[in-house]
Ligand binder design. Structure first.
Ligand SMILES: *[C@@H]1O[C@H](CO)[C@@H](O)[C@H](O)[C@H]1NC(C)=O
Length: 331
């Protein structure tokens, strides 16, 4: 579906460019320089290039996506919009943007990274300027750590040299080797340049479950107190985050001096999802599959999910994570 749509889009785009490009040709003589310019123009539209056609920022799109596609995350949504918009609208940022997203599984951390990528890069996550690293998949062997370090540094340097507006997403940050995290620290800092390369336009996003349990506790306290979930503000979660994230000597992430050096610009908490959010995710999933939402199936699926804590059964154990495959079973 998606591929087809993008093919059609490409076709329209290419046709448009050709028509546009040939327009002046009918009235002027085609010179060598003209040919070269035309070729360059076509190339720019066909091949992803680090220019404003492929890389930019769609604030309205980001806002709309966060509002209509991300469920149950009013705090994260606000912080992300503010952080990304502020950074993208700054002509000469003093350092790259570094976001650290925290929360229980399936609460939307990966999904938010995709939304950010989609509203900066024409090709979203499949853009050649977006790089996703998963600790256990990309850096699995302790013995290879030195190799990983130099590789990762080379990649960051090479990619940012080719396109300053590059994005690096590190999934499973809590499972990353502290030494490996340390090796990328210089790129997150305030340096004007490092060996002639400026990293100030780059974006780094760290994803982890660290702090997830404390965030759950805050949400549960609100729920038990009969308070509206929407009343939860960043300030209520900041303490929960700092307690678990900053003081937890067991989590690899925090053995490093990322924190003391204030290299992370925003810590973004993700709340655990409730039944109603799982229903929302199910509905959205059906629509994205091109189906008419089937309320009964979606609700049945949501009811069959596991919830915790055991007595209250308020929060979805897996959030919205397994919904895509589960839904097939109900429709
Ligand atoms: C850019 O990063 C990718 C990994 O995402 C790596 O394979 C590639 O070699 C890097 N490019 C450069 C020029 O370093």
């Amino acid at each position: 579906m998606k591929e087809k749509a993008s093919l059609v889009l490409h076709f329209i785009l290419i046709t448009g460019v050709i028509v546009q490009a040939f327009e002046p040709i009918s009235t002027t003589i085609l010179t060598g320089a003209g040919m070269a310019a035309l070729g360059k123009k076509l190339y720019n539209y066909l091949v992803e290039t680090c220019n404003e056609h492929w890389v930019g920022f769609n604030k309205t799109g980001l806002e709309a996506d966060l509002q209509s596609k991300l469920f149950g995350q009013h705090v994260a949504s606000r912080v992300i919009l503010k952080a990304v918009t502020g950074f993208m609208n700054t002509e000469n940022p003093k350092k790259p943007l570094v976001l650290s997203l925290h929360g229980w599984t399936g609460t939307g951390k990966n999904f938010v990274s995709q939304i950010i990528a989609k509203n900066i890069y024409q090709r979203g996550m499949i853009s050649g300027f977006v790089h996703l690293f998963t600790a256990t998949a990309h850096f699995p062997h302790e013995a290879e750590m030195d190799l990983y370090k130099s590789q990762l540094q080379q990649w960051i340097k090479g990619n940012v040299s080719a396109c300053p507006r590059s994005m690096f997403i590190f999934d499973e940050m809590d499972k990353m080797n502290p030494g490996l995290i340390d090796s990328i620290k210089p790129y997150l800092d305030y340096y004007e340049t490092l060996n002639g390369v400026s990293y100030r336009k780059a974006i780094f996003i760290f994803l982890s479950n660290a702090g997830g349990e404390n965030i759950v506790q805050v949400a549960l306290d609100f729920w038990k107190g009969g308070r509206d979930r929407e009343e939860i503000e960043l300030k209520h979660l900041e303490k929960a985050l700092s307690l678990s994230v900053f003081n937890n000597k067991n989590s690899g992430f925090w053995h490093t001096s990322l924190i003391d050096k204030n290299l992370v610009d925003f810590f973004v908490p993700f709340l655990p999802l409730e039944y109603k959010h799982v229903v929302q995710c199910g509905r959205a999933e059906m629509i994205s599959k091109g189906l008419k939402p089937n309320e009964e199936a979606v609700e049945q699926m949501a009811r069959d999910m596991n919830y915790f804590p055991q007595d209250e059964r308020v929060f979805s154990m897996k959030g919205c994570k397994v919904i895509s495959s589960r839904l097939d079973f109900y429709i």
